[in-house]
Design a protein around this ligand. Structure first.
Ligand code: SAM
Ligand code: SF4
Length: 330
């Protein structure tokens, strides 16, 4: 029995921990970061493998965390990834990875053997030109090979996350779905959020969930899947009667903040109670200052209590967080 929970003042309890293992990345998706990259975190501010595992253990053993997803930046560029996964799996929680899949063809088997349960791969287009236009790198074949390796290693169901950008790939929703169904991947579209480092997001520029439905329904019959949505952000639909499904994550136009069960740990050891939080809580300082597990847990509980009711993107007073998505951990 856990003595404490990561509960906020609205009664939401966080059990899903997103751990960013690095803010670095080998792609430059335009909705995420500028072409020249960012000022990366200095090495000594990034948690060591032992520090990551200790904080995850505190979350699991003292605070009721049930599921751990590793992300970034690009988590596959973190050297200790397989070992971190192995040690997290040994804590008895579900583990998953959100990745751009570059290099996954080489590591999928090792990750599966270390106990990784699932992967989510981000892929916005299966056309080489559009892929290169969005990510600013000509690496589509590596991503496709990584996806196939994940499926073959049993890291399924393999989910594919796609962001549509107006004038670039917004005409490709049906094509992506047809491809994903053929390959046995579960496709989910994600509305673009104001989390890019360049602050270039605009509501008009964003392709909305309604537009995505319209595009998909030109070729497919979508019917809401029976599965209860719970805290899962994707609205799930059966495609042409099933069993294939497609998900739409309408973070902006249909926020699901009321059901949120997430908490985030950045690569430099900060707890963020929301993607859009404007405050962070410094667990790295506590850890390196000699705090006990109980003291770290106390600080974490306090950090959660202040979680706001919603992201407030529609409020006139909305302010984009200082950290971009790549440094928060998406
Ligand atoms: N590099 C890995 C990847 O791309 O999967 C993990 C980190 S990435 C920040 C996590 C997810 O955030 C990806 O699916 C990406 O498409 C998504 N993402 C990044 N910037 C976004 C934005 N502004 N709006 C919506 N999703 C975004
Ligand atoms: Fe890298 Fe992921 Fe951001 Fe793309 S979305 S630049 S792959 S961190």
């Amino acid at each position: 029995m856990h003595r404490r929970r990561l509960e906020d003042r609205y009664g939401r309890v966080a059990t899903d921990l997103r751990v960013s293992l690095t803010d670095r990345c080998n792609l430059r998706c335009s909705y995420c970061m500028p072409a020249e990259g960012l000022d990366w975190l200095p090495d000594d501010s990034v948690l060591t493998d032992d520090e990551v595992v200790r904080l995850v253990r505190v979350g699991v053993e003292l605070l009721g965390v049930e599921e751990v997803r590793f992300t970034g930046g690009e988590p596959l560029v973190r050297r200790g990834l397989v070992d971190i996964v192995r040690r997290t799996h040994a804590l008895g929680v579900e583990t998953s990875l959100t990745t751009n899949a570059l290099g996954l063809a080489r590591t999928a088997t090792a990750l599966a053997e270390a106990g990784l349960d699932r992967v989510n791969v981000s892929l916005d287009s299966i056309r080489p030109e559009s892929f290169a236009a969005i990510t600013r790198r000509d690496r589509l074949p590596d991503v496709l090979a990584g996806l196939a390796a994940a499926r073959d290693a049993g890291l399924g169901p393999v989910k594919v996350n796609a962001v549509l950008m107006r004038g670039i790939n917004d005409d490709q929703a049906p094509e992506l779905l047809r491809w994903a169904i053929g390959e046995g991947y579960e496709l989910r579209f994600i509305e673009q959020m104001p989390l890019d480092a360049q602050h270039g997001w605009s509501r008009d520029g964003m392709v909305t969930a309604d537009e995505i439905f319209t595009a998909l329904e030109s070729e497919f019959v979508l019917k809401p899947a029976d599965e209860p949505r719970g805290s899962a952000p994707a609205e799930l639909f059966l495609v042409d009667g099933g069993p294939a499904t497609v998900g739409v994550i309408a973070s902006v136009t249909r926020p699901f903040c009321g059901d949120c069960d997430r908490v985030r740990l950045t690569a430099d050891g900060q707890i963020r109670n929301c993607l859009f939080a404007r405050e962070e809580s410094d667990l790295r300082a506590a850890l390196r200052g000699g705090a006990s597990d109980e003291e770290i847990a106390d600080r974490w509980v306090t950090a959660m209590a202040g979680k706001r009711a919603g992201h407030g993107i529609d409020d006139p007073t909305f302010l984009q967080p200082d950290r971009p998505m790549s440094a928060i951990g998406g």
